[in-house]
Design a protein around this ligand. Structure first.
Ligand code: NDP
Length: 452
């Protein structure tokens, strides 16, 4: 009989925490999970899932526009935001239930309260103290808003999922995943949308072609993209509109402002420092290759470690940790070739190295790229362009990176990611038969090396 109440006490019921807990319980560990807010965490409640549902809604407007070229006509469609919100909430409630039942079916104890670490082997939750062999911190992250006057007047992605009504106009600040996704959503739903980014090109850190081309496509679709610009202050005007002061001194007015300016790890007031857990400057928990913090019994994974902040990475880390702790199988994560998609309109997806990173790492690269109007749009009349790019290591001919902007880019790149994981060469891409007529077949038919 263990001298602890639990083998694993997990703080946080998001994707990573639930996976680690469920699998650990499956391996025979006695597990408790504490969650103070909602099961499923950011991804299920205020992230990936509702965001993608909203993105589908925004796409539907384009589908109506595209329909005429295929012979369809009808009255001008109208959009009802409360219907979308209610249907989204219903689906999220269903998923919350699934997450909870996955845990209870696995035999984990569910505690719906905030938990605080008291020492390396004890946790307080809901007024009770529990002893535990291992603690897992999987508390995720929270949106950050720059310290400017009037910041409380703005929203973040958290509030965007519950707006009582759609604003007439919005300025979305930022140039990362959340900013381009939400600017596309608001624009698609008929809100006059400005994307405001302080840098020269959105999607910094991704292959440069993606950021440049996405901004072009979003502009074609009606988003006002303003680069090298930032907000200095906000003020509420009589009547409810927001007066906006920009850093360059210009003034403007908008119905709403959304900051999508990054997220911060949730590590406050949890007893981490007192227990001796080392935090990074940004508040993230420093962990080693086995997800162990500076305290032997305390582990962390997912966004709270602020490394690769993606749901599938957190769930993979959860799996790895469960195997390490409770299956006698120390498991390392492999962070290479993680595919990712940005659900802007059009979608963007990528796996492997950008051209810039490959060059910076000393590869003599060969570049293959293509940009074309997808077959559908020859009739729809849409001017949307699809873009694909391969970054190849010249001497070995290994494909280092694959990048795409276009319809369902994530669906295509997921398959390509397997090829990259297997170390595929350009010749192997070329010898793969394409599926005709698809956009994806371009990935196996690009023959011409790109030269400046
Ligand atoms: P990102 O870190 O991706 O982007 C933040 C953006 O805000 C950057 O463009 C940054 O500019 C800008 N910014 C930061 N601080 C300021 C400031 N003070 N003033 C003005 N601009 C600022 O964060 P997100 O919030 O978009 O997303 C957080 C993370 O969540 C992502 O990195 C991703 O890991 C994950 N995510 C994944 C999604 C997916 O898989 N589809 C969807 C949504 C989120 P600069 O580039 O100059 O630093």
């Amino acid at each position: 009989m263990s001298r602890y109440d639990y083998d694993l006490f997990c703080i946080g019921g998001g994707s990573g925490g639930v996976r680690a807990s469920r699998v650990s319980a499956g391996f025979g560990a006695k597990v408790a999970v504490a969650e103070e807010r909602y099961f499923g965490g950011t991804c299920v409640n205020v992230g990936c899932i509702p965001k993608k549902l909203f993105s589908y809604a925004a796409h539907v407007r384009e589908d109506f526009h595209d329909a005429a070229g295929f012979g369809w006509s009808g009255p001008e469609p109208t959009f009802h935001w409360p219907t979308l919100l209610a249907n989204k909430d219903k689906e999220i409630a269903r998923l919350n239930g699934i997450y909870e039942s996955l845990l209870s079916k696995a035999g984990a104890t569910i505690l719906k309260a905030r938990a605080t670490i008291l020492d390396p082997h004890s946790v307080e939750c809901g007024g009770k103290t529990y002893s535990t062999k291992h603690v897992l911190v999987a508390t995720g992250s929270w949106p950050t808003v720059p310290e400017i006057p009037g910041r409380e007047l703005a929203i973040t992605s958290n509030e965007a999922f519950f707006l009582p009504e759609l604003p007439e106009s919005i300025i979305v600040v930022g140039g990362g995943y959340i900013a381009v996704e939400f600017a596309s959503i608001f624009n698609g739903l008929g809100v006059k949308t400005t994307l405001l980014y302080r840098g020269k090109r959105v999607l910094r850190g991704f292959d440069a072609d993606l950021g440049t081309r996405l901004a072009e496509e979003m502009t074609k679709k009606g988003v006002i993209v303003r680069l090298e610009s930032d907000i200095a202050a906000l003020e509420k005007k009589p009547g409810g509109a927001l007066a906006v002061k920009f850093r360059d001194g210009r003034q403007g007015e908008t119905s709403a402002v959304m900051f999508a300016t990054g997220r911060k790890p949730n590590t406050h007031y949890m007893g981490l420092e007192a227990a001796g857990v080392e935090l990074a400057e940004d508040g993230a928990i420093n962990v080693d290759d086995y997800l162990q913090s500076s305290v032997h019994s305390i582990h962390a994974l997912g966004d709270v470690t602020n490394r690769v902040n993606l749901t599938p990475v957190a769930t993979a880390e959860g799996m790895a940790l469960a195997k390490t702790l409770f299956r006698g199988q120390p498991t390392l994560m492999d962070y290479d070739n993680i595919p990712t998609a940005i659900f802007a309109i059009p979608n963007v997806a990528t796996v492997g190295l950008s051209e810039e990173t490959a060059v910076a790492r000393g590869h003599a690269v060969e570049i293959y790229k293509t940009s074309f109007r997808a077959l559908k749009h020859t009739l729809s009349g849409s001017e949307e362009k699809t873009f694909m790019k391969l970054v190849v290591d010249g001497p070995t001919q290994r494909v280092l990176g694959a990048h795409m902007m276009g319809a369902d880019a994530g669906e295509t790149i997921q398959g390509i990611a397997i090829a990259l994981k297997c170390g595929a060469t350009k010749a192997q891409f070329d010898s793969t038969i394409g599926i005709h007529p698809t956009a994806a077949e371009e990935f196996v038919t690009m023959r011409e090396k790109f030269t400046q």
